[in-house]
Every structure is written in C-alpha cells, then in structure tokens.
Design a protein around this ligand. Structure first.
Ligand SMILES: *[C@@H]1O[C@H](CO)[C@@H](O)[C@H](O)[C@H]1NC(C)=O
Ligand SMILES: *[C@@H]1O[C@H](CO)[C@@H](O)[C@H](O)[C@H]1NC(C)=O
Ligand SMILES: *[C@@H]1O[C@H](CO)[C@@H](O)[C@H](O)[C@H]1NC(C)=O
Length: 334
C-alpha cells in the first residue's frame, strides 16, 4: 500500500508547514480544494474529450470510494482523472458515509449524487471530465476488468503503462472498463495538482448539506456574539465590535486514528515531524499573522476520537475556541 499513502502524508506534512490545515470558514471553503500538493511527475496524455453527443460513450467503473471526506474527494478526483486519461466517462461512484476504513462491512456506501450535485458537476466540468449514470449503459456485459496492482512492486511506471495500454483502441470495443483493486486511494497518480483543482471546483454540495453548513456558520456567529457580551462587553481593546468577530475553522489532526497512523509512519521513516501535538498546533495558530487579535476558532475535530478533553485550553489571548460539541453541531456532517 505504501508509496502513495506515504506521499499523502508527506503532502499533509507540507500543508501542515503551510500553516496546518487552516481553512477560512465561510463554510463552503471546507469544500474548496485543499492544499494537498500531490507530488507527481506531470505526465500529460493530452486526451481532451471531443464533443461526444453523437458518439457512443464509453465508461469507467471504479470501486466504492472510502475513508474521510477529504480523502474521498481526492480519490474521487483520481477516479475522474483516470477516466479522462482513458477517454471515458466515469460511472457515478459510491462514496462512503462513514469514517471507517478497516471495518469493510461498516463502510455505508452513499451515492455521489446524495452529497454532490450531479448535473452541476457535469456542467461545470464539461469538456474536462464527465460523470454518467448506470442507466446510460447500453450493454451491461460489455465489460473488461482492469486490475490495479498494489504493494511496492506496483510502481508509478507500471501504473502508467497500464493506463496507456487500456487507452489503446483495442479496448474501444468494451463499453465499460471496470477497475478492480483494493482501494482507489492507493493508486499512483500521474496528474498535476491543477487537474485535481479543476475537479474539486466542479463539486457542489446538494442543498440539504449546504444548508447544514449555513447553520454551522450561524451557530459560530451566535457564539461570537455571546463571547463578545460576556468577555468584552461588546468591543475589544480596539473598540471593534465583536459581533463581527472573524472566524476560522481549524482542523486539528490530533484524533486517535491519525495519531496511531502518523506515529507508525514516523517510526517507519525514522523521522519525528509527521505528527503534531495540540500544543504545537496552538503555537502555530498563535503565530499566524493573518489572524485578527480577536478571532473565533471553530475547532473542526471529531470529539469522540480525542485522547482528552483539553482542546479548548491554552489558546492565545483573544482567540475564542469552540468545538463541535459545545457548538451543538455533533450530528452534522461538516
Ligand atoms: C474519445 O472518445 C470519444 C467518444 O467516446 C471519441 O469520439 C474520440 O475520438 C476519443 N478521442 C480519442 C483521442 O481517443
Ligand atoms: C454485449 O456485449 C457482449 C460482450 O462484449 C457481446 O457479446 C454482445 O454481443 C453485446 N450485445 C449487444 C446487444 O451488443
Ligand atoms: C534514525 O535517524 C537518526 C538520526 O536522525 C540516526 O542516528 C539513526 O541511526 C536512524 N536509525 C535508523 C534505524 O535508521
């Protein structure tokens, strides 16, 4: 499994250095492309989809996409870019509604269109990548399987050779190429970061979920106004009304699942800078010059996966932390 996983953690390390994963919170920002820089050689196939209205479409099918939300977005983008490379339309994949990644029976598949707007995706990504429905298939038995390798022997070059092979005209007779393999997240990638960004820009949440995001924002604002009344009687030292206290979301990646994983990685690579402690994150946030002296910190952590109950303590003066639990948004998906 290792190369590409490792690359992700290295990249998350990079983004940690780039002021951890701090996302300005007009909550939609949670959904904008995050700053993973996927280190990859920039192989270009240059297969731009022509206008396919009168041509019989061909499809790519991929296994259920799993793990956390951002991981799923990245894996989904890889699936799209694989389809683009093969000059095929991606059959709308199943995402996962749960955070599990080992308990395969608990993965809770959820269709893409329950989370993101299907039509919107295709209109925004028109000419770049395309999603299709299973009902678009004309011949369900016209399928060829493509087995993705895994492990250390499965190199970037072998993966690329495989993609080139399956892009050949010989495979045009098959309506669908079905990718098989343990986990799309582990595929080697061959695409520039800008291609990932293009795909992310086409992902628009369904209304039901973006409404939840709006509610989270209004709860954060409400919290801001309560804080301002209690602590500062309506204004901070500079006379700025705290009703307009800016807020940022901070994803403190100190949950147990990540800590176990990052410690293993540190051991394996004999380095000590992959995990970050709560204190280290607080220090980095305190040093962020872009933050105003009074700021609400929305700590987007999974409370039940924390080692202790101390995340609200120790922030720099003027920083007003609140977590999902105290904000009353535990049942929310964001
Ligand atoms: C891509 O596929 C479309 C139809 O599926 C076809 O018309 C077009 O020629 C293909 N382009 C290349 C470069 O193979
Ligand atoms: C469907 O695909 C299978 C396998 O490629 C083929 O044998 C069969 O003739 C196709 N059926 C139609 C109606 O095209
Ligand atoms: C791990 O790294 C340290 C220095 O960073 C070095 O002294 C040590 O020999 C390394 N251990 C292994 C097993 O490579």
């Amino acid at each position: 499994m290792d190369l590409s996983i490792f690359r992700f953690h290295i990249s998350s390390l990079v983004s940690k250095c780039l002021l951890l994963l701090l996302m300005a919170l007009i909550i939609r920002t949670l959904l904008l492309p995050n700053s993973f820089s996927l280190v990859s050689k920039n192989y270009e196939f240059g297969l731009l989809k022509s206008d396919v209205r009168n041509v019989k479409l061909k499809f790519l099918e991929v296994p259920q996409i799993v793990w956390g939300f951002n991981n799923q977005k990245i894996a989904f983008a890889r699936a799209c870019l694989t389809a683009r490379t093969l000059n095929r339309s991606l059959l709308m994949p199943s995402l996962s509604a749960s955070l599990f990644y080992k308990e395969i029976d608990q993965l809770q598949p959820i269709s893409f269109h329950k989370i993101f707007q299907f039509e919107k995706f295709n209109s925004l990504c028109h000419g770049f990548v395309q999603l299709s429905r299973y009902s678009d298939l004309t011949n369900q038995s016209s399928i060829i399987n493509l087995h993705k390798g895994s492990g250390r022997k499965w190199t970037l070059e072998r993966d690329l050779d495989q993609l080139k092979e399956f892009s050949k005209q010989d495979y045009d007779v098959y309506e669908t190429i079905r990718i098989l393999g343990k986990n799309p997240f582990l595929w080697h990638d061959h695409w520039p970061v800008s291609d990932y960004a293009k795909v992310f820009e086409c992902l628009v949440l369904v209304d039901e979920i973006s409404k939840e995001a709006d509610e989270v924002v209004s709860k954060i604002k409400h919290f801001g106004s309560v804080v301002s009344k209690i602590k500062h009687f309506g204004s901070d030292k500079n006379g700025v009304s705290l009703d307009q206290t800016p807020y940022v979301a901070i994803h403190m990646r100190i949950e147990k699942d990540w800590m176990i994983h990052c410690k293993k990685l540190e051991q394996r690579s004999n380095v000590s800078d992959i995990c970050s402690s709560r204190e280290e994150i607080m220090t980095r946030v305190a040093n962020l010059r872009t933050l105003k002296s009074s700021t609400i910190l929305y700590l987007a952590v999974v409370n039940k996966l924390l080692e202790d109950n101390l995340i609200l303590i120790g922030w720099k003066e003027g920083m007003h932390p609140v977590d999902k639990k105290r904000l009353g948004v535990v049942g929310y998906r964001l």
